[in-house]
Design a protein around this ligand. Structure first.
Ligand SMILES: C[S@@+](CC[C@H](N)C(=O)[O-])C[C@H]1O[C@@H](n2cnc3c(N)ncnc32)[C@H](O)[C@@H]1O
Length: 322
């Protein structure tokens, strides 16, 4: 990644749009900042600039093409509770749910997963990274936040033994490259766990017909995400990708969240549509669900040579003797 800027918790109290934060004005051209210590510099004010659209904030970070919606903090706080309920009170399903030493929470969002892990494991060093500095300021001393774009090169110099990626579907363009970066950033024996939602919604008894707003919502979300180049349906491919890049003992669990955009739409059309979705969610006649995937795997203890490590002119067959 080209730029790494640890998040300064004290600055977070000042809402990006509140205008109260005065960020340091470093010049990237300054040679002093090319040393590793540059990661100690403060956030630049540009990192805290958000675009507002219909009450929703979009982060501005570098030249990223991601316009990932920053959900209102109440939604980001609700989501972790859903995960805790789904995973029976655990933060993860892989063996590193307890006892990891260096943990990375990719796309940390509200930071609550990182904070919870750090709280439960005071000896672990937990880093949460996100495009947006929306994490709270009161965090355990072993929890750190950085603002960065994980679609760029990962520049952490010390490896992790546990990497968590929760609800990153819809955020990234290339999941194979992402999982490969996570593999490379893990120490041998370390674990990657991907927890994700999958769109469109599912239904096993035919009650969520194509006419329902929930059905249409799921398909519109997916359509929009594909149009934006950040699909909301990569979760079923995670296991295969993890095995391809070299993870072993890869486990996939499929769970469900029971259900109880804008592609040229006007704000009014979106609001009317949301009203229909809300009405259907309250109805017990439609039995839809959101598919949930939890996939985890271990980086082998001893690094194995990947086929791409072989010399280009190496024979594909067994070695021959003269
Ligand atoms: C749906 S939220 C999930 C937040 C959190 N993991 C959770 O489970 O509550 C996705 C997060 O990924 C972040 N994100 C999206 N693209 C990113 C990128 N390229 N680099 C870093 N963070 C990114 C977004 O800013 C957002 O906070």
């Amino acid at each position: 990644m080209a730029e790494t800027r640890p998040y300064h918790p004290a600055a977070a109290d000042e809402h990006p749009n509140g205008g109260a934060l005065v960020a340091d004005d470093f010049d990237d051209a300054d040679s002093a900042l090319s040393a590793p210590e540059q990661s100690l510099q403060s956030l630049r004010s540009s990192v805290l600039e958000f675009q507002q659209e219909n009450g929703v904030s979009f982060p501005e970070f570098g030249d990223t093409h991601s316009r990932m919606m920053i959900l209102k903090s109440s939604v980001l706080r609700f989501n972790p509770n859903m995960w805790l309920l789904t995973l029976r009170g655990e933060l993860a399903l892989c063996p590193k749910v307890h006892g990891a030493n260096r943990v990375l929470d990719v796309g940390t969002g509200s930071g609550l997963w990182a904070i919870d892990y750090a709280d439960l494991h005071p000896d672990a060093e937990v880093t949460g990274v996100d495009l947006s500095p929306i994490q709270p300021s009161l965090v355990p001393p072993n929890c750190f936040f950085e603002v960065d774009d994980v679609e760029k090169e990962w520049t952490w110099t010390k490896s992790f033994d546990f990497i968590m990626s929760r609800v990153m579907a819809g955020s990234l363009a290339d999941y194979e490259s992402y999982i490969q970066k996570a593999y490379d950033a893990l120490e041998p024996g370390g674990y990657l766990e991907l927890q994700d939602l999958h769109f469109p919604h599912g239904c096993d008894d035919g009650t969520m017909t194509e006419e329902t707003a929930i059905y249409r919502l799921g398909h519109l979300f997916l359509e929009a995400s594909i149009a934006l180049g950040r699909p909301l349906n990569p979760a079923p491919t995670y296991k295969g990708i993890m095995e391809k890049v070299g993870f072993e003992d890869v486990v996939q669990q499929k769970l469900v969240w029971l259900l109880g955009t804008g592609l040229g739409w006007t704000k009014e059309e979106v609001l009317v549509f949301c009203t229909s979705v809300r009405a259907e969610l309250k109805s017990s006649a439609i039995h839809g669900y959101l598919p949930i995937y939890v996939v985890y795997g271990k980086k082998p203890e001893a690094p194995v040579a990947s086929p791409s490590d072989a010399p280009a002119n190496a024979s594909a067959g067994a070695p021959t003797t003269a």
